[in-house]
Design a protein around this ligand. Structure first.
Ligand code: PGA
Ligand code: ZN
Length: 404
C-alpha cells in the first residue's frame, strides 16, 4: 500500500451541461485514479448534501486534502473514507459537499486498484466476489423530473432477466429502446429524450405501458429470452404533501389508492421491479405493498427504496424493522463515500434485501458504478440504455465480463 501524495480537484462538465467535481488521486509509487461525481434531479430529501461545485472544491481543498496527502494509504478505502468524514465533521457532508467527497473516494479506490495492479471491481470485491453479473435495468421511456410534458411515471424500465450474459442484456435493452422509438413514430408521436436518454413522449402512462409492453414482446421474440418490465415511479415527486395526494396529469390518488394502483400495475404488467412507488416518508405504505407483492414464489416483485433509503444504513434499518421494501437502490453520491455505499449493500444483503446499484440523471463518463455492482454481486444495475455517459458503464460491464 502506498501513501496518497496528491489530490487535485477541478470543475468539469456533466451530461446536462452542468458543472460537477472531478478528483485525481496520486500515490507515492505512481498509482493514479480519477473519478467524477454524478448529480440527481429527482433527489431524495435525506440525501447527503451536494454543494455548488466551486464551493465544494474550495472546501475539500481546505479541509480534506490536508488530511489525505501524506496521511492515508490509497489502498485502504475505509481509512480514506474515514478521513473524508473526519474532514467534513457533519452527518451529511454539508461542509465539503457529497460531490467532492464521492469524487475523492472513488478516485482513491481507482488509485488503490492501480497500485495493486487489479481491475477496480476486484480491488473492491476481493477474491470471493465478483463472479456474478448484474442485470441492467434499461430506462426506455421516461418523464417526471427528467423530461417536461412526458409521462407522470419517471421511468419505464426493460429488465432482460433471462439474458445469458451482460452483453446480450445490454443489446436487448438497446433493441427495446429502438423498438419503442419505432412504435412511437408509427403512432405519430414525435418526441425527444429525457436526461437519461429514455424517450420522453407526450403520452399518458397507460399509452406508455402499451408501447413499452409491445416493444418488449417484439424484442423477446427476437432474442429468445425473457424480458420483464420495471418502473421507477419516483413517488416523492408525485406526492403533494400539503394536500396528501399523489398528483397525476389526469387525476389525484390518495395514498390508499396509490397502493391499489401499484398493485394493479404489478399484476397487469407482471412487473419484476417497482422503485419508489410511494412517498419517501411512507415506510408504512412501502411495508403494505411489500407484504402483498414482495414475497412468495416463484417470482416476488422487487419493491425498491431510492428516495426512501438514500443509500443510508440508518434509513435502511428503519425499513428492515418495519418490513418496508425488499430492495435498496445504491447511489454512492447519495451517501458520499464508497465505504458507506458498500456498508449499505452489506446490511441490505444480510437482511435479505436486493441491492440495485444506480447511476444518476446527471452523469459523466465515469464507470465506477459498473465495478461496484460486479464487486458486490449486485443482482441489478440501473444505468440507462443509450447516450455516451450511459454506454460508458454498459460497455465497461461488457469489458469486465469478457476479461474474467
Ligand atoms: P435522479 O433520478 O438521479 O434524478 O435522482 C434517478 C432516480 O430517481 O432513480
Ligand atoms: Zn429513483
Amino acid at each position: 500500500m502506498t501513501l496518497v501524495t496528491d489530490v487535485r480537484l477541478r470543475r468539469v462538465l456533466d451530461s446536462r451541461g452542468n458543472p460537477t467535481v472531478e478528483a485525481d488521486v496520486e500515490t507515492e509509487s505512481g498509482g493514479f485514479g480519477r473519478a467524477k461525481a454524478p448529480s440527481g434531479a429527482s433527489t431524495g430529501e435525506y440525501e447527503a448534501v451536494e454543494l455548488p461545485v466551486e464551493e465544494a472544491i474550495a472546501a475539500a481543498r481546505a479541509e480534506a486534502v490536508p488530511r489525505l496527502v501524506g496521511e492515508v494509504y490509497a489502498g485502504d478505502q475505509r481509512e480514506v473514507d474515514a478521513a473524508l468524514h473526519a474532514a467534513d465533521g457533519t452527518d451529511d457532508f454539508s461542509t465539503i459537499g457529497a460531490n467532492s467527497a464521492v469524487a475523492v473516494s472513488m478516485a482513491a479506490a481507482k488509485a488503490g486498484a492501480d497500485v495493486a495492479g487489479l481491475p477496480l471491481f476486484q480491488h473492491l470485491g476481493g477474491t470471493f466476489r465478483g463472479d456474478t453479473f448484474p442485470v441492467p435495468l434499461g430506462n426506455v421511456v421516461g418523464g417526471g423530473e427528467h423530461a417536461a410534458d412526458a409521462t407522470d411515471i419517471q421511468e419505464f424500465l426493460a429488465a432482460p432477466v433471462g439474458a445469458p450474459s451482460v452483453e446480450e442484456a445490454v443489446f436487448a435493452n438497446a433493441a427495446v429502446h429502438s423498438a419503442v422509438g419505432d412504435l412511437l413514430a408509427e403512432r405519430g408521436v414525435a418526441c425527444g429524450k429525457g436526461d437519461e436518454g429514455a424517450w420522453a413522449p407526450s403520452v399518458d402512462d397507460s399509452e406508455a405501458f402499451e408501447v413499452v409492453a409491445e416493444a418488449v414482446s417484439r424484442v423477446e421474440d427476437d432474442v429468445g429470452f425473457e424480458i420483464r418490465l420495471g418502473l421507477d415511479m419516483a413517488g416523492a415527486e408525485l406526492y403533494d404533501a400539503s394536500s396528501g395526494v399523489y398528483r397525476y396529469g389526469d387525476r389525484d390518488r390518495t395514498p390508499d389508492e396509490q397502493v391499489e394502483y401499484v398493485l394493479g400495475l404489478v399484476e397487469e404488467y407482471d412487473l419484476v421491479y417497482v422503485e419508489d412507488p410511494l412517498d419517501e416518508e411512507d415506510f408504512e405504505g412501502f411495508a403494505r405493498l411489500t407484504e402483498r407483492v414482495g414475497s412468495g414464489r416463484p417470482a416476488p416483485t422487487l419493491v425498491c427504496g431510492d428516495d426512501l433509503f438514500v443509500t443510508n444504513v440508518e434509513r435502511l434499518e428503519r425499513g428492515i424493522e418495519t418490513g418496508a421494501g425488499n430492495s435498496i437502490l445504491v447511489k454512492p453520491n447519495q451517501i458520499g463515500t464508497l465505504t458507506d455505499a458498500v456498508d449499505a449493500i452489506e446490511r441490505a444483503v444480510g437482511a435479505g434485501y436486493e441491492p440495485v446499484v444506480s447511476h444518476r440523471s446527471g452523469e459523466t463518463e465515469d464507470t465506477t458504478i459498473a465495478h461496484l455492482a460486479v464487486a458486490t454481486d449486485a443482482p441489478y444495475i440501473k444505468t440507462g440504455t443509450v447516450g455516451g455517459e450511459r454506454t460508458a458503464k454498459l460497455n465497461e460491464l461488457i469489458r469486465i465480463e469478457h476479461n474474467t
